[in-house]
Every structure is written in C-alpha cells, then in structure tokens.
Design a binder for this molecule. Structure first.
Ligand code: F58
Length: 807
C-alpha cells in the first residue's frame, strides 16, 4: 500500500506475487493460465495487501473499546473490486505494469470480473458507497447482509422486450471473500410458544444455520479496513442419512435444499412487497445472524448489556432489517434475562432507521397470520413494544393494525433516530408518511443527504478527468472532495476548459468503442450524449423522455434543414420482472429506437441507444461519457437519487425537476448551471386534485397529442398495432406521475439545452462548474453526518494524510 508506514511495492515484486498465486493458489503455469487464472491471481495478490491494514484496524478497534457501527442492509450493490482495491491501496499503476510485464492486457483482466450485483438500485449502491466511506474515515464498522447465490437477474432484449435470466456471479470462485465456517448461528422459524413458569418459551419448528463470509473493505490509501460480513444459509444437517438408507434419495437432500433457498436469490422487486414468506425469512435470517454476532462480540469483550448502546450502533437500511428491534429485545429478555422496559430502551438506543421511499405501497407490511406463523415469539414482542409506545406517548399509531404488521412504524418506534436521504425527502417524511409519529417523537426525524464515493465515481471510472484535476489542484481531493471547488477559478481559463473538454471527448470515445465492440452500435461522438440510467419506473418517467424524443423526431422531420443539435438518447436500466407497465415502456423504447434509428432523414441528428443489462460496471463507462444527465422524476417521488450526483461530479449538467437531491445539487452548482423544469412537489399534489388534468394537458399540447396518437395507432409497432394502446390510454386516463402535465415544460427546456450545447465553450464551462461545485456530495460527508448525529462514533485514524502533508 502507498501509506507512508509501509514500504512501496515495485511492479517487479508485484508480478512475483501474481506468479506465486498463479502457481500456489490456482495450480497453473503462466503458459497455461486462462484469463480467469490471471484475474484470480491478480485479485489474490491485491487481497494479500489488504490483510495487514485489516488486522491493524481490528486491533485498534479492540484497543479503543469504543463504538462499532453495524450497517444492516438486504443489499450491497458492489460491482467489480479489482480496480477499487488497487486504487485504494495506491497500487493501480503498479498492478497494471506488473500484469502487462507478464504479457497480459490489464483492462481485459479487470473486465473479466463479474459484478457483485447484490442489490437492485440506489439503496444497494448507497450501502456499497457507505462501506467505502466508513473505511476511508476510519470508523470501526461491519456491513451485514446476505450472500445471495444469484444477484440481480441479467436482462436480455428479445425483439425489444425484456427477458430475465439468473445471474451467476458465484459460478466462479469469489476472490475477495474469506469463508468463516467456524462462525455460524442457528436461525429459527415457526413452531409454537409455550408458557413455562409464567415465561414465554419459543419452540421453533425449523432451524437453518447462518454461516459467515467476510470481505475486507479497504479505505482510501489503505489506512483502515472494515469487514463486509455476508451470511449464507446452510442446513443444520447436510444430509438425512436415514432417508437415504430407506432409498428416499430426494428426501435425503431435502434439508439442504430447504435451507439453501433462503440465500439463493436476491428479490428483484424495487417497489412493492407482495408478502412473500421467503422474503420475510430472508430478512429475519440475516438480521438475526447479525444481532447474534454483534452480541457475541460485545459479550466476549466483557461488556455489560445495560451499556450496549455505548458500544453498538445499528443502522437499518430501510425497513428490510426492521425485525432487528424485536430480535434484539427478544435476545435481551429471553436469553439474558433483562427486564422488558430496559430491553426496549436499550435496543432503541442502539438502533436507527433510514427511510428511502415515500411511496406508501413500498412500505413493508406483513399479514399478521403469516407473521405469527413464521415468527411467533417476535409477534408477542412487537405487541410489548407497541404497548410501551402507546403508554409512553399517548399515540394512536399502532404497529399491528387491521391484520397487518407495519414495518415502517416498527422501525420508527424502535429507532432513536430516523433519517430521510435528502432535505426535501426528510421534510416530506415528517409531513406525510410519519406525520403522526413525528408529533409523538419530536426531533427523532433528521436528514442525512445521500452521497457517493469519489474513489469509484471519479477517481477510477474517469482517469482522464482525474489526471486533469490532479494537475490542476493537486492530489488531495479524493478524501476531501470539497477541494474540487479549487477548479472554479479555472472555469474561465480557456486552456483548462479545452483540456476539460478533451477529457470528456476521451470518455465519449471510450463509450463509443465499448458499444461498438459489445453491441455493434455506432455512435457519433460529436453528438450530445443524453443519458438516463436507473431502474425503470413510472415515477422516474423514462416514458416522458421517450415522448420528448419522438416529438423531437417529428419536429426534425418537419424541418429537416433546421439548426438541430445532434443527440444520442441513451437509456439503461432493468424493470422488476413483474412490473408490467415498466416492461411495456422498455419495449416501446426499443421499438421506437428501431424505427427512428433507421430513418434516413433524422439519422445524423437523432439516435436512441438502449444497451441491455445495465449494471454498476456499465454505469462506470456511461457516466463519464455523458453530456447531459436526466433526473426527471415527478417532484416528491424520488427520495434522493445518487446517479444525479455521479453525473454532476463527472461534468454532466442536469435537466431535472425539483425532486430529491436535485434541489441541493442545483443549490450547489447554481441555477444557471442546471436545466430546471416541471411542477414542484406542492404543485404536483394540487394538480392531482384537478379533474381530468391529464386529458386537459394532452388537449393543450398538440405536440404531445401527436406523439400519443402515433404510439397508440401502432407507428412504432407495425406488427402489432394495438401493442401500446393500453399504455397510452393509461396516460390519458390516470397519469398519476404527471407525464402529460410536465411534458411541454420538459420539451421546451430540452430546446434550451440544445441551444446551450451548441455554444461548446459555454457548455464546457457549465460542465466544469458542475464538477467543481458538487464536492459536498461525497459519501464521506454523509457518513461523517451519520457518525456525528446518529451513531456518536468517532474515527480511529488521525487527520487525513493530505492534511498532514499540508501541516
Ligand atoms: C432508493 N430506493 C431511492 N429502493 O429510490 C432513491 O431515491 C435513493 O437515492 C436511494 O434509495 C438511496 O437512498 C431504492 O433503491 C430499493 O431498491 C428497494 C429494494 C427492495 C424493495 C424495496 C425497494
């Protein structure tokens, strides 16, 4: 690692490490090694160098006897790790040189690593950025989650429609993890409660084991490393020999099959929970294992449980681990004999809850009968928690109501802090979903605006811009991102802007080459790259983007010799397999692309591109190449967004609504460097109350009416003319997300974007100011906020090296 305490690593020494792993860990000779072997050898050589900082961090944590943070999340959307680790250790150049001296193509080896896609979208990626920042800040922390055998499904397009296949990242060995067969806990389900001497005793019906796999997460400059501990489900008994001996060969492996389903696959639904029993079991499985693990650690250090909250901070990433409250209370009461009121107050002092959505349908609720069947003891504990809450506050908000267990209310009541993820979102959390609980517990709800790790989202994904920044303001910015402000003064320097533009051009060419090689698609690098990448959802309004694209196509065809700004509209993202409307939108984008891209009149001016299987690694290519960032959700619906931050950081101005963190991004970059359009959150609510608002909006917009008519009549689906009739009818009849109402404002603002882009130097200046002014959105700032306002957890490393250097 490049930290001053350890000796520098030479490329020669590092290639010897790689060759040693090739031989000793992979059993291969260099002349017979496959791409996989080289990739594993490189990964293992890097992993070796994480181990010392990891041990050192653990030692310091034990010595300090201070607080550990436990981040419980169903999802960690990690992506690839080779570059991430190499960059954090300061070994990126060394690793490349070492591998190339062995005759290997570094980029090819890096690209061979499958994405660890253990998440759906923003929530999971946020967890991964937070792990990076916790290590960079030197805060002792564990991430706890599930080691899914299959991550997020792979997306394929068949005649433009989304198809899903299973993802198989563990088909090859995962280089970064350490299996911990000695660390495992029993997880119980079902069964009955029996009363013994006045106490409730849970006699479970079914038990699986949670077995630990640890991945070290190293921070910037290798100064600290935390642990991501993922749980895999295993049977208590691998094999039923008595069944086998009876000749029942299927039955013999039943216990194994049953247990393994729990950690088999990530749920791909990104909004509604439909009460699947397996999902509840997954949630309890990883939460219980994590709580048992942290209690074991605490007790092994001789801790007194009444002081648990001085040593343990548990962050719930959404309601998915909300069962942590009752589980901790259960263990304190049933296993450690603590009195009920103290158990509840102790648990609450440890717990905090982050809310990521206002969509009421996305707040988890479990049918009470299912809940009782799976977790009978927890049902009783929740009743105790509810009774204490009602008595304490005089509240009328119940946790169990109308035959449902409400996980949002449970998480809220059991947390000492509840946070939203952007300023607007946190205000709306107070005013809407948790208005009553906010009155019952004033001051409990706070804001922590999301952030992104600049190591992955600028330093490694954008080497061209990184090098320019290093030359311009020095190299201390990756862990002190507000230093980017130093670029502002250069934004009026023509030579700097030329280089800034050259970096963008490099990234656009990189994207064009990648797409050509992968999909055979040819892009015009002089065109504006207009990018919308995120899960496909009606509230995110990819449909509005497409309607605008079609309207532009019409306008160009009407006036082919007009002064048009060439554009490539790039879409990326998956739809939940059961989300019918989202899948129709994907199909329509692909159908429109087929027709529009083939139009000889517009082909040099407008192109639609939708690469299949969008994931973290694709984002790392698309974002640095973007000229324009699409953040166009219905105001009040996107809790924060984090893609918006990544684009701005990489010099792509935003076209967007006043939603989520867009509001704060605009405040930072300046209104003149942000293309704002659309209704505000308050106006959205008011408009919905107006009768026939969608129909009236369509009637008032000939441009929109024309586009809708084209889609409805089958212009883009000639083989099945009625394919999109329902989609269009839905817009005119309901349009809950106000696509029709914001359309004109969006279209007009896009034309302002055209004009602005045509003035290349003014545009580049705007892009550079975006980069310069979004340093605040580093996840280091976010994590420092959590550490200060929620966890009361100090850093165990001194001031950053960059600051020491200055001193
Ligand atoms: C996202 N939520 C928000 N949920 O939509 C986004 O605005 C925010 O920036 C991000 O969280 C981080 O705070 C999100 O990604 C999910 O993917 C869940 C997956 C599991 C089911 C429920 C939704």
């Amino acid at each position: 690692m490049s930290d001053m305490s350890s000796p520098p690593v030479t490329p020669q020494a590092f290639s010897a490490d790689i060759l040693r792993h090739l031989k000793q860990s992979l059993g291969k000779d260099a002349s017979h090694a496959a791409l996989y072997d080289w990739r594993m050898a490189l990964s293992l050589a890097l992993r070796d160098r994480v181990v010392d900082p990891w041990f050192e961090s653990t030692r310091k944590t034990y010595e300090a006897r201070g607080k550990r943070v436990y981040y419980l999340s169903m999802e960690f959307l990690i992506g690839r790790l080779i570059e991430d680790v190499a960059v954090n250790l300061g070994l990126d150049a060394v690793a490349q040189e070492a591998l190339e001296s062995l005759g290997q193509d570094y980029a090819k080896v890096v690209a061979d690593e499958p994405d660890a896609a253990l998440g759906n979208g923003g929530l999971g990626r946020l967890a991964a950025c937070f792990m990076d920042s916790l290590s960079t800040l030197g805060i002792p922390a564990y991430g706890y989650g599930i080691r899914y055998e299959h991550g997020l499904f792979e997306q394929h397009f068949k005649d433009g429609a989304q198809m899903e296949t299973a993802e198989t990242w563990l088909a090859q060995r995962h280089a970064w993890e350490f299996e911990r067969p000695e660390v495992s806990y029993p997880i119980h389900f079902g069964g009955v409660l029996r009363e013994v001497d006045g106490a409730q005793v849970w006699e479970p019906g079914e038990t699986v084991m949670a077995s630990a796999y640890d991945t070290p997460v190293v921070g910037w400059q290798g100064r600290w490393a935390n642990t991501l501990r993922l749980w895999a489900a295993q049977p208590t008994m691998a094999f039923d020999l008595s069944s086998f001996n009876r000749g029942d060969y299927m039955g013999a492996s039943a216990p194994e099959a049953l247990a393994r389903t729990i950690s088999r696959v990530l749920y791909p639904d990104d909004t509604t929970e439909d009460g699947k029993e397996l999902r509840l079991k997954q949630e309890y499985f990883f939460t219980s294992a994590s709580i048992q693990d942290l209690l074991r650690r605490f007790l092994s250090e001789g801790g007194d449980l009444a002081a648990l909250a001085d040593h343990v901070a548990i962050q719930l990433n959404d309601t998915h681990p909300a069962i942590a409250g009752p589980e901790l209370v259960r263990l304190l009461i049933d296993a450690h004999g603590m009195e009920v009121a103290l158990a509840i107050s102790t648990a609450r002092a440890c717990l905090a809850y982050t809310n990521h959505t206002l969509l009421p349908e996305a707040l988890e609720r479990w049918p009470e009968d299912l809940f009782i069947r799976v977790l009978p003891r927890h049902h009783r504990i929740i009743a105790l928690i509810e009774a204490a809450h009602l008595a304490e506050t005089g509240s009328h908000v119940r946790i169990i109501e109308h035959g449902e267990v409400k996980m949002g209310e449970l998480a809220f009541v059991m947390a000492h802090r509840v946070n939203g993820v952007s300023a607007l979102h946190s205000d709306l959390v107070k005013e809407t979903v948790f208005a009553d609980l906010n009155r019952d517990y004033p001051g409990r709800i706070i804001n922590q605006t999301n952030g992104i790790t600049p190591r992955r989202w600028l330093y490694s994904c954008n080497p061209a811009l990184r090098d320019l920044i290093n030359e311009t303001i020095g190299t201390a910015w990756p862990d002190d991102l507000q230093q980017l402000e130093g670029l502002s003064t250069h934004a009026s320097d023509a030579a700097f802007l030329e280089r800034f533009q050259a970096a963008k051009d490099t990234n656009k060419a990189r994207l064009a080459n990648w797409l050509k090689a992968r999909d055979g698609v040819v892009l015009d690098p002089a065109a504006m790259f207009d990018v919308q990448i995120k899960r496909i959802h009606e509230y995110k309004r990819q449909l509005m983007n497409l309607l605008e694209t079609i309207a532009l196509w019409n306008d160009i065809r009407d006036t082919p010799n007009g002064n048009w700004t060439p554009r490539v509209k790039i879409f990326g993202g998956k739809a939940a397999p059961g989300y019918v409307v989202a899948k129709e939108i994907i199909h329509l984008i692909n159908d429109a692309a087929a027709l529009i891209n083939a139009d000889p009149v517009t082909k040099d001016l407008l192109q639609i591109v939708y690469p299949e299987n969008y994931n973290v690694s694709m984002a790392e290519i698309l974002i640095p190449a973007a000229d324009l960032s699409e953040q166009i959700s219905t105001a009040g619906k996107e809790a924060s967004g984090t893609g918006n931050m990544k684009f701005a950081l990489n010099g792509a101005p935003t076209i967007g609504t006043l939603d989520g963190a867009n509001v704060e991004i605009r405040d930072c970059v300046g209104a003149e460097n942000f293309f704002l359009f659309g209704l505000t959150a308050a106006e959205v609510v008011a408009r919905r109350a107006e009768p026939s608002y969608a129909r009236r909006a369509v009637e008032a917009s000939p441009r929109l009416a024309r586009v809708l008519k084209q889609i409805e009549s089958g212009v883009f689906s000639p083989s099945e003319k009625a394919r999109y009739a329902g989609l269009v009818q839905g817009l005119v009849d309901h349009d809950y997300f106000l696509v029709t109402c914001d359309f004109d404002s969006y279209f007009e603002t896009q034309r302002e974007v055209d004009t602005a882009f045509a003035d290349q130097s003014a545009w580049t200046r705007m892009a550079a100011l975006n980069t310069a002014r979004v340093g605040w959105f580093s996840s280091d700032r976010t994590i420092a906020g959590y550490a200060r306002d929620i966890w009361n957890a100090p850093s165990l490393i001194g001031p950053r090296r960059s600051q020491k250097d200055v001193a």
